[in-house]
Design a protein around this ligand. Structure first.
Ligand code: ATP
Ligand code: MG
Length: 460
């Protein structure tokens, strides 16, 4: 349960981490998009600026052409209208030049070109002024006017050159701006796509983790439900068996007692062969009694209600008492050899359960040695565990059946007419498990069997 809880909390950490990563990713993508948008807006502003500069240059050129034609119109035809046209164009030229100062790129090259343009324009305007004043003083000074026009044309060429350079440079900036805008849009698209994919991956992983957690929880709850059902069922079984065994025990005791009395009376009157049926009644009643006891023990063990009271006992004297008991209750019992090894002869074991384990194994050894042979009870007291071994030279257990012998009611095929219920070893296994011990078997058909029970000294 604690492990389960730890697992949940670990997954909880994963989920929280995943959400944080998603939030972080979204934050990063939003920040990158915001920065990119600002860059794109700045680029757009610069592009607009450059277009305005190019328009201003065109307007300036147009105004300069109008100013020149106005001047010529005035000095050739003396028209006041042409003079006004010239003056308006000059004003336009000046306003375009001052607009250029705000619009043109701030690079030093462009600023130098602008300064040059300014001075050339001023020179040309001065020539315009000179030409108009000359005309107003002397309308026939054609030669001087021709000189001024020649200078003006030269200046016009230079101005046109500077204008072309400024235009080319602005167009270059325009291209760079457009490239930067394209790059910004491109990188923004990549960042957004990558961010979306990463967020999608993280969110899908989270969904997957949540789904797995949900499935696990479902399984866990299902398991809990079936465990509860099983527990309820085994408790019901235990109640039923307790009731049945109680109801059976009383008549069985009556049968055993009556047959014993009958045997004692008849022993004097009839010979032993005539008492055979009485013996049969007695042994069947005993078998039934044992069956009931074993069934009850097994049901108790399955319901987790088998008493387990480990206490310090002296192993050696316990084994000797047990062997004495067996001799007392089973008159025709062959001698069992007891061998002990090791020094730790006091250990914590449940006496009743150990009695059940060893008596079952020893009675099996006797029962399944119909031809006789030696039977041993060997005890090895080691540092970590006490090891009991019951060894016989009987019929043995077939190799392929050895894994089934602990199942209730299982009997091997080679038992022939040896009676038994198949419950003894199932009880033994439960008793060993309660001690957190282990049971194993080595056997060969026709040679004998060794059962080994290992009971650890330290239990959880
Ligand atoms: P009971 O409930 O009266 O003990 P059982 O002896 O048949 O009946 P288990 O003690 O559980 O039942 O033994 C299961 C089976 O294992 C036996 O039927 C027998 O085939 C086999 N077996 C157990 N011990 C030995 C042994 N020492 N030698 C040979 N076969 C054995
Ligand atoms: Mg048995």
């Amino acid at each position: 349960m604690t492990q389960q809880f730890m697992k949940w909390s670990l997954q909880g950490k994963w989920i929280a981490g995943g959400f944080c990563v998603t939030l972080l990713l979204m934050g990063l993508v939003s920040f990158a998009s915001y920065k990119n948008t600002i860059e794109i807006r700045e680029s757009a502003n610069r592009v607009q600026h450059t277009y305005e500069t190019l328009n201003t240059l065109t307007d300036f050129y147009a105004a300069m052409t109008v100013a020149e034609s106005g001047r010529r119109g005035y000095i050739f035809f003396g028209s006041r209208q042409e003079l006004e046209r010239h003056q308006n164009a000059v004003k336009n030229m000046q306003s375009e030049i001052s607009a250029l100062q705000h619009q043109i790129h701030t690079s030093s090259n462009q600023q130098q070109r602008l300064a040059l343009l300014n001075s050339l324009v001023n020179q040309r305007l001065a020539l315009f002024e000179q030409s108009i004043q000359l005309y107003q003083k002397d309308k026939l000074a054609f030669q001087a006017q021709g000189l001024i026009t020649e200078k003006s044309v030269n200046l016009r060429e230079k101005i046109l050159n500077v204008l072309a350079e400024i235009k080319a440079e602005e167009k270059r900036y325009l291209r760079i701006c457009l490239q930067q805008s394209q790059y910004s849009i491109h990188s923004r698209t990549i960042i957004e796509i990558l961010g979306t994919i990463l967020s999608f991956v993280v969110v899908s992983s989270l969904c997957f983790i949540l789904y797995r957690q949900w499935v696990k929880r479902e399984k866990y709850e299902e398991l809990e439900r079936s465990l509860a059902q099983e527990k309820e069922l085994s408790e019901l079984k235990l109640r039923l068996f307790s009731m049945i065994s109680h109801e059976f025990r009383t008549p069985l005791s009556v049968i055993l007692l009556s047959s014993q009395l009958l045997k004692e009376i008849l022993q004097e009157l009839v010979d032993s062969t005539q008492l055979k049926n009485l013996y049969r009644i007695q042994s069947s009643a005993k078998l039934m009694n044992q069956l009931i006891t074993d069934l009850l023990t097994l049901t108790r063990a399955e319901a987790g209600k088998l008493d387990f009271n480990p206490q310090f006992i002296n192993i050696e004297s316990f084994c000797l008492n047990l062997l004495e008991d067996l001799q007392l209750f089973h008159i025709k019992l062959p001698a069992i050899k007891f061998i002990k090894n090791g020094r730790f002869f006091r250990t914590q074991i449940d006496e009743k359960l150990l009695y059940s384990i060893l008596s079952n194994l020893l009675l099996n050894a006797i029962k399944y040695s119909p031809q006789g042979g030696n039977i041993y009870l060997i005890v090895n007291c080691e540092q970590e565990a006490t090891i009991f071994q019951v060894k016989d030279e009987g019929i043995g257990i077939p190799q392929q059946e050895q894994q089934n012998i602990y199942e209730p009611f299982y009997r091997c095929q080679n038992v022939e007419n040896i009676v038994g219920t198949g419950l003894g070893l199932a009880v033994v296994k439960k008793c060993v498990e309660l001690h957190q011990g282990e049971i194993s078997v080595e056997s060969e058909v026709g040679f004998g069997t060794i059962f080994t029970v290992k009971i650890p000294h330290n239990r959880e």
